[in-house]
Design a protein around this ligand. Structure first.
Ligand code: HEM
Ligand code: HEM
Length: 184
């Protein structure tokens, strides 16, 4: 089917969207607890944090490459130009965070490891040591934390917009990202 005729996202784009959404939402709300040994996740928490975060990075790079060759379906005709621009800006900002959060996190690890000596030895998927990051002398932890807070604000905006399209405008914008239900 041609892009013009397609009315919903393809299966790869949908799978990557929902898998990334689950992982990122978990990290936005529990990422901080994972890094603190006393908060229930124990000594395993930081390695889980860097493993899930790196998975988000890899999935997002694959997703961007896929999107390049498989553009999203066209917006519904009734969607105002400002709404299209707002949707595009939100999606672009999400991609910046999906790549920027793991990178700022990685760059925050040298200071973290210096301060949390007992947690040294961050492992990826319990199998590989996390490659060492350079110390840039910048407040990477603050950039990482600000990015996570922006991510929560963006998520709220994104979900409200999806619900508005579904329940108020009653168009196909939510359905085209869902694997079930019909689009017009
Ligand atoms: C999209 C993925 C990620 C999200 C949403 C995320 C989220 C967070 C959050 C909310 C915190 C707590 C910040 C605070 O203290 O308030 C944090 C801390 C941290 N994250 Fe991530 N993170 C992600 C990926 C990563 C990755 C891939 C790494 C390393 C490879 C990483 C390394 C760190 C480190 C080292 C800290 C602790 C900084 C410190 O306390 O000195 N993060 N992260
Ligand atoms: C943190 C989690 C999430 C992230 C990072 C995220 C990110 C994105 C991105 C980047 C797109 C654009 C897809 C593309 O063209 O490449 C998108 C589309 C979409 N997302 Fe999410 N999303 C998240 C959670 C959600 C949730 C919870 C919902 C449901 C309420 C949702 C509903 C949608 C819908 C309906 C679209 C299609 C919008 C359109 O075609 O304009 N997303 N999302």
């Amino acid at each position: 089917m041609t892009t013009a005729a397609r009315t919903r996202y393809d299966a790869v784009a949908m799978s990557l969207h929902w898998l990334t959404a689950v992982l990122l939402i978990f990290m936005l709300f529990f990422g901080e607890d994972l890094m603190e040994e006393e908060d229930g996740f124990g000594a395993f928490g930081p390695s889980l944090h860097v493993s899930i975060g790196s998975t988000i990075l890899v999935l997002s790079l694959i997703r961007l490459a896929w999107r390049l060759f498989n553009p999203p379906p066209a917006y519904p005709l009734g969607m105002a130009p400002w709404e299209r621009m707002a949707a595009k800006a939100t999606h672009l900002f999400f991609y910046v965070l999906l790549i920027g959060l793991p990178l700022t996190g990685w760059l925050a690890t040298p200071k973290f490891l210096r301060e949390e000596g007992p947690m040294a030895g961050l492992m990826l998927f319990g199998a590989f040591p996390l490659p060492g990051a350079p110390s840039l002398g910048l407040p990477m932890k603050d950039f990482h934390e600000i990015g996570a807070n922006l991510g929560i604000a963006l998520l709220a905006l994104h979900v409200l917009a999806a619900l508005k399209h579904h329940f108020i405008t009653r168009d196909d914008v939510l359905r085209r990202m869902l694997p079930f239900g019909r689009t017009n």
